[in-house]
Design a protein around this ligand. Structure first.
Ligand SMILES: [Zn+2]
Length: 361
C-alpha cells in the first residue's frame, strides 16, 4: 500500500488517497484502529465493512436529525454477561464439547463509525479511550468468518455443489483473488453445509413431493399425464419391485421408426425414497449428403425399489427429517437473537444426544 497523502497533524487516513490497498490491509486498518479513517460511503459499505463484520458487533447507535448516524461497535471478544447455562449441567469438563465460550470481558476494544450521509463519507475512529485488542485478528477469524467469505459461500451454494467442493472453491478464490487466505483457511465444511442448507432449503421446497408415498406417486402420475406422457405403473411381485414407466408419444414414435437401444443408465438419490432412475438412450442415424448425424434422446424413465431398500430408506428418511427439524428449530432460535435462549437450546440438545451417542458406541 502506498499512501500518497496523509494529513499527519490530525492523523486521518483518507481511503481515496490510498493506492493499491489490499483486502488484508483494509482488514488490519479496521481491526487495529489507531487513527481516524475516512472512506467513501459506498466503498465502505461494499468493500470495507464486509471484510471485518466478524470482528465488530454493534453496541449502540444514534441517528441525528440531519440524517447522519453513528454506531459504536465492540469487539466480538467482549462479552456483556457470563454465558454459561452449561455450568448448571452435571457434565464434567472433559466431556464438554470444546466450545467457543470465552471468559467474560476478554477484550474491550471499541470503535465509532460515523455515516456522514450528505458528504457520502464514513469516518472510523477509536471510541473514546478504548483499549487495544487483547488478541490477534486470526483469533477472531477462527471464531467466525467475515461477511465477504459468507457471501462467497452463498454464491457457490446456489449452484448446489457439494459442501466439500464449495469449501475448496471459496478457499482458493479468497486466497488467490482477494488475498484473504488467512481468514478463509478457517472455513469449515460444517459451516458451509449450514449456509448451503440456509440458501438451498427454501429453493428446494417446490421439489419436495407429498409426504405420503402413495399420494406422491399418484400426483406425479397425474402431472405426467397432463403433460401428455404415457404412464404405466407396474409391479413385480416375486421381487417386491414396483415402478413407473413414462414416455412421451413423440419419443416412442422416434424409437419405433429410427432407433435402437444404445445405453441403459441408472442413477441413485433422485428422490427422497432413493428410487433408482433408469434412463434408456437410443440413437438415430440420418444419412444426408454422405455424412451421419447422431442424435441422442432420453426415452424411458423407471423407478425400482425393493422392500428391503424401502425399509432402510424409511429409517434414513426418519433420521434425515429429525435432523432437519432440529436444524430448522435451531435457525429460528438463533435468528431470534436471544443469546441465552440459543445457548440453552444447544446445551439441551447436547444433553439429549449424549446418552444416545454413548449407548450406541
Ligand atoms: Zn478484541
Amino acid at each position: 500500500m502506498s499512501v500518497s497523502s496523509v494529513n499527519t497533524s490530525a492523523t486521518t487516513l483518507v481511503a481515496a488517497q490510498m493506492t493499491n490497498i489490499t483486502s488484508e490491509e483494509k482488514r488490519n486498518l479496521l481491526f487495529d484502529v489507531n487513527c481516524s479513517l475516512e472512506v467513501q460511503m459506498e466503498d465502505f459499505d461494499e468493500n470495507w465493512w464486509p471484510l471485518v463484520s466478524n470482528i465488530w458487533t454493534q453496541w449502540t447507535s444514534y441517528k441525528q436529525v440531519n440524517g447522519n448516524f453513528w454506531k459504536i461497535f465492540t469487539c466480538r471478544f467482549t462479552k456483556h454477561r457470563d454465558s454459561s447455562t452449561r455450568q448448571k449441567e452435571n457434565i464434567s469438563n472433559e466431556k464438554r464439547r470444546i466450545t467457543k465460550t470465552r471468559p467474560s470481558g476478554l477484550c474491550h476494544a471499541k470503535i465509532k463509525v460515523e455515516w456522514l450521509v450528505l458528504l457520502k463519507i464514513v469516518k472510523v475512529g477509536r471510541y473514546k479511550d478504548s483499549s487495544n485488542h487483547t488478541h490477534s485478528l486470526l483469533d477472531v477469524d477462527r471464531l467466525k468468518r467475515p461477511q465477504v467469505i459468507r457471501t462467497l459461500v452463498e454464491k457457490e451454494a446456489v449452484k448446489n455443489y457439494l459442501p466439500l467442493a464449495i469449501t475448496a472453491a471459496v478457499k482458493e478464490y479468497a486466497t488467490i483473488e482477494l488475498g484473504l487466505g488467512a481468514s478463509a483457511q478457517e472455513l469449515k465444511r460444517k459451516e458451509v453445509t449450514n449456509i448451503k442448507y440456509k440458501v438451498r432449503g427454501p429453493m428446494e421446497v417446490h421439489l419436495v413431493g407429498n409426504s405420503d408415498l402413495k399420494l406422491d406417486i399418484s400426483q406425479s402420475v397425474s402431472y405426467l399425464k397432463e403433460q401428455e406422457y404415457q404412464v404405466e405403473i407396474y409391479r413385480v411381485h416375486q421381487r417386491s419391485t414396483k415402478g413407473i414407466v413414462f414416455a412421451h408419444p413423440e419419443q416412442l414414435e422416434k424409437l419405433e421408426n429410427h432407433g435402437w437401444l444404445t445405453l441403459i443408465d441408472s442413477t441413485h438419490k433422485t428422490n427422497r425414497y432413493d428410487w433408482r432412475l433408469f434412463t434408456l438412450m437410443f440413437q438415430k442415424i440420418f444419412e444426408e449428403s454422405g455424412f451421419e448425424v447422431y442424435e441422442h434422446r432420453e426415452l424411458v424413465i423407471e423407478f425400482v425399489q425393493t422392500e428391503q431398500q424401502k425399509k432402510a430408506k424409511s429409517w434414513k428418511l426418519t433420521v434425515f427429517e429429525l435432523t432437519e427439524r432440529v436444524r430448522d428449530r435451531y435457525w429460528s432460535v438463533e435468528e431470534g437473537g436471544n443469546a441465552e435462549r440459543t445457548e440453552a437450546f444447544i446445551s439441551t440438545l447436547e444433553a439429549s444426544l449424549n446418552p444416545i451417542i454413548i449407548q450406541f458406541k
